[in-house]
Design a protein around this ligand. Sequence first.
Ligand SMILES: CC(C)(COP(=O)(O)OP(=O)(O)OC[C@H]1O[C@@H](n2cnc3c(N)ncnc32)[C@H](O)[C@@H]1OP(=O)(O)O)[C@@H](O)C(=O)NCCC(=O)NCCS
Length: 162
Amino acid sequence: MEGSSSSIIILPAHSHHIRSIKRIISYYAKQEMMLERSVAELEHHIDEYFVALINNKVVGCMGLSKPTAGLSEIKSVAIDSDYQGLGIGVKLLQYCEAQAIERNYKTLFALTYIPTYFTRVGWRIITKELLPHKIWNDCMQCPKYYNCTEIAVCKDLTEEKL
Ligand SMILES: CC(C)(COP(=O)(O)OP(=O)(O)OC[C@H]1O[C@@H](n2cnc3c(N)ncnc32)[C@H](O)[C@@H]1OP(=O)(O)O)[C@@H](O)C(=O)NCCC(=O)NCCS
């Protein structure tokens, strides 16, 4: 592992980051920790992705989907296994929250196996069933659809503006 949390740069993703984003997501998707994303899908939605760089190397990624039914999803949260525990995940999440506020998104949600990653920065756990059906598109592709143990978390961004 090289670099420290102080040398991290977070940026909106560009098409030349797609191969690296795909590599990091696929590593965890193979372990059924997150959904796989195809290159075509990443290309199509590249404006929804953000990357964390250390010395110009992509070490983490995160997606912020456009709102559906007033809710935007934080998705594809993945930090390269060699770079975990350095605060990169939290920095990416806070960057995405700031981007969401700039884009005037009102409420963020995520489905996660690690709720503490979110709750320690002000998110709250909600009942999954409260999420509207319209947002379940991704879940349809998930092999765990009928046996989902993910926990729903959300953050109301309108409070940030007060
Ligand atoms: C979860 C993940 C995104 C966190 O990123 P990270 O850069 O390693 O995390 P940070 O160093 O920013 O730590 C932030 C906090 O998240 C929590 N956290 C991180 N990884 C955790 C884990 N495996 N289990 C429980 N809590 C965890 C901790 O509360 C940590 O704070 P602390 O160090 O003060 O205790 C990263 O470990 C990862 O990519 N994991 C594998 C892929 C995955 O599960 N993605 C989906 C997550 S929603």
